[in-house]
Design a protein around this ligand. Structure first.
Ligand code: DAH
Length: 345
């Protein structure tokens, strides 16, 4: 029995010495020191020994156990240290490696143009109003002097949701909404940027969804000259001090008189070229003096108050300013297009 115990100790110590990882070591622990291990097995035969030999054998078995346990413990701390060292070595950071380039995003060209226009009008004392994209037939048409069945409704093919609800076809409903809140009193001076929707087939100059910026000024004694002065400042700040504007008579049901504003062509300086289709002028926006019916419907006394309004197509302004030839570029979001407007490169 003694012989067997010494053998076991030898075997175990050899195994421990050879163990290369913590799992292997643990397997040794379980197999030698566990309840079903060979030492326990040997001790089971103690019954056959004489009374003198028994305590000697018991002491020897305990000693063997202790020696094995101690050896395992020592090996364990060696293996643990090795594991930590290995991990540290594998996770070493090479601080001399060049860093990876971080790609930064930038504002969409439309966002940029809208913010630029907002800043310009805020500088002239306007505030910014925002309204719903799902609009009632009343605000989108009726309150703007376009009663049901009015032929001019056909100018804006619409996406109806119900009989009375539609996706707004322009930002002009914000004129009526803003004025209504004033209870017929005081001045109004707002711009309203936002998305609008039309049942158009998409092509280089049409998109079923696009952006407008509405402007509205209402007060006593507002005149056509105020409108013209404002649009002149807008055109020069947006496109350069050398630009001229001209107002052409036009028709919108919510303004009377109505105009369309052109700016002189920058490419040919008014001589005529492809961009301005030989006219020397480029159409930019619609505007006019707020129709008395619109003022009255919103609760204003049209004998006391007058106003002007304008509607800017954001895409069109950005196209002219940045030389973009297709409205679809804004919405297909090809990074090769968008990157050209990066302020980081
Ligand atoms: N709402 C018009 C449109 O979408 C644009 C417009 C024209 C707005 C004249 C105005 C305006 O405020 O006075 O075609």
């Amino acid at each position: 029995m003694e012989q067997r115990l010494v053998e076991l100790q030898q075997e175990a110590l050899e195994g421990i010495k050879k163990a290369t990882d913590l799992k292997e070591l643990n397997d040794i622990r379980v197999s030698y020191l566990g309840k079903k291990g060979p030492i326990t097995e040997v001790l089971k035969g103690m019954g056959k020994l004489s009374a003198e030999e028994r305590p000697k054998m018991g002491a020897l078995a305990n000693e063997v156990r202790d020696v094995i346990a101690q050896a395992i413990e020592e090996k364990q701390s060696i293996l643990e240290e090795e594991a930590v060292a290995k991990k540290l070595a594998s996770e070493t950071i090479d601080v001399t490696l060049p860093g990876r380039q971080v790609k930064t995003g930038n504002h969409h060209p439309l966002t940029r143009i809208i913010e630029e226009i907002e800043d310009l009008f805020i500088g002239m004392g306007y505030t910014i109003a925002e309204g719903p994209e799902v609009e009632s037939d009343y605000y989108n048409f009726e309150a703007l002097n376009l009663p049901k069945g009015h032929p001019a409704r056909d100018m804006q093919d619409s996406f109806y949701i119900t009989e009375e609800l539609l996706l707004r076809t322009h930002t002009s409903p914000m004129q009526a909404r803003t004025m209504e809140k004033q209870n017929g009193k005081g001045p109004v001076k707002i711009i309203c940027p936002g998305k609008v929707y039309r049942r158009d087939n998409d092509d280089a100059t049409h998109s079923h969804q696009f952006m407008q910026i509405e402007g509205l000024v209402v007060d006593e004694n507002i005149q056509m000259s105020d409108l013209k002065g404002t649009l002149d400042v807008f055109a020069k700040k947006m496109f350069g001090e050398d630009r001229e504007i001209r107002l052409r008579p036009s028709f919108f049901p919510f303004t009377e008189p109505s105009v369309e504003m052109d700016i002189s062509c920058k490419i040919c300086s008014g001589k005529g070229c492809n961009v301005c289709k030989g006219t020397g002028w480029i159409e930019v926006l619609g505007a006019g003096m707020v129709h008395p019916n619109v003022l009255e419907m919103a609760g204003y006394d049209s004998k006391k108050y007058t106003g002007f309004a304008f509607g800017i197509g954001s895409e069109r302004i950005a196209m002219l300013k940045y030389g973009i030839d297709d409205i679809r570029h804004y919405y297909t979001n090809d990074v090769r297009f968008l990157k050209q407007f990066s302020i980081h490169e």
